[in-house]
Structures are given as structure tokens and as C-alpha cells.
Design a binder for this molecule. Structure first.
Ligand SMILES: [Zn+2]
Length: 183
């Protein structure tokens, strides 16, 4: 079943994954591409025209979220820096509390790219207190850093895929162990 919560989790995961660390391919490498992505995700009604500054801020927000998801994976991350970036984006979007059917939600009081980015920050803010949030992680492999949702029962998954990143790590620690022990 697809719940609103899962839609929110998907949005955050997909935003982080607009950059593929391994290939360097960035789906939002320009303001135009960013506008397209916001539109595809339904974060804006019309195509917006982000300024260069808004585009730079959007990339900073993406990396800030990646840091938080790394912290969810038990890796010490720059959580303070990430928090400041998200707070600033929230301020720029003028996030305010609105009540929808009696329930408080955070909503931007600006329009355009700032508002779209504000909606992403609001989504993070709404997810952060939930148990589900802790399952949203970035891969522990520093060359990968893909965001994924950990469905394991005890929330212990460290890598986006055991086949690729998990095995790479196993091979590394195997080599390290053998290099350290006298033959
Ligand atoms: Zn990975």
C-alpha cells in the first residue's frame, strides 16, 4: 500500500539520488533541469525559473539531506552544517504552519523554486520524528552514497545493495585483514 508517508519518503530519497556519485551524472545540474524535476514531482504548479542562487541552494539542500541520511546509517556526519542549510532554506521559503483538516502542516508562503525547495524541507521536518525516517539512509560506501529505504526487520542495513557495495566492503576488509597479518 502506498501511503502519504511513503510518498514523502520517496520524494526525499529521489531528491538525494538525483546525483549519481559513481558516474557523476547529476539530473539537476542546471537551473532548467531543476525546474523540470520540481515540475515532475508536482512540487510546483507551473514550470519555474530558478535563479543561479536558488539552484546553488537546492544542491546544498540535497547534500545536507544526504548528511542526515548518513547519520541515520550510524556514520558521523556534519549534522550541524546540514541543519543550518535546511533551516536557511526553510526561512527563504517562509515555511509557516497551516492546518489541513485540523492537522498542522508546514507550507511555504513563497512561490516558485524557493517554495518547491521549502516543500522538500517541510517533508524532511514532517518525516524526522517518525520511525520510518530512521530507515532512510545513505549507503555507507563513500563512493556510492545512494539513498535507500532500509526494510530490514532490525534496521541494520548499511549498504544500498549487498551485491555491489556490501561485497565491495567485504573484499576491502578481507584485503585489509590479510595485509595486516604476517604470512
Ligand atoms: Zn551503495
Amino acid at each position: 500500500m502506498v501511503t502519504a508517508l511513503h510518498t514523502q519518503l520517496d520524494l526525499v530519497r529521489d531528491y538525494v539520488n538525483t546525483l549519481d556519485f559513481e558516474t557523476g551524472i547529476d539530473r539537476i545540474s542546471s537551473p532548467d533541469e531543476l525546474a523540470m524535476w520540481f515540475s515532475e514531482q508536482g512540487l510546483v504548479d507551473d514550470l519555474v525559473e530558478p535563479t543561479d542562487e536558488e539552484h546553488t541552494d537546492a544542491l546544498a539542500v540535497r547534500e545536507a539531506i544526504r548528511e542526515l541520511l548518513l547519520a541515520n546509517n550510524g556514520v558521523s556526519a556534519d549534522s550541524d552544517g546540514a541543519s543550518k542549510t535546511l533551516e536557511s532554506a526553510g526561512r527563504e521559503a517562509r515555511l509557516g504552519v497551516r492546518f489541513e483538516n485540523g492537522l498542522p502542516v508546514l507550507a511555504p508562503e513563497t512561490e516558485g523554486a524557493r517554495a518547491a525547495l521549502g516543500r522538500i524541507v517541510a517533508t524532511v521536518a514532517e518525516l524526522a520524528p517518525t520511525d520510518e525516517w530512521k530507515r532512510l539512509k545513505t549507503c555507507r560506501d563513500e563512493n556510492c552514497r545512494v539513498a535507500f529505504y532500509d526494510k530490514s526487520r532490525n534496521r541494520s542495513r548499511a549498504w544500498c545493495s549487498m551485491e555491489v557495495c556490501g561485497n565491495r566492503e567485504k573484499a576491502r576488509s578481507f584485503r585489509a585483514r590479510h595485509a595486516a597479518s604476517p604470512s
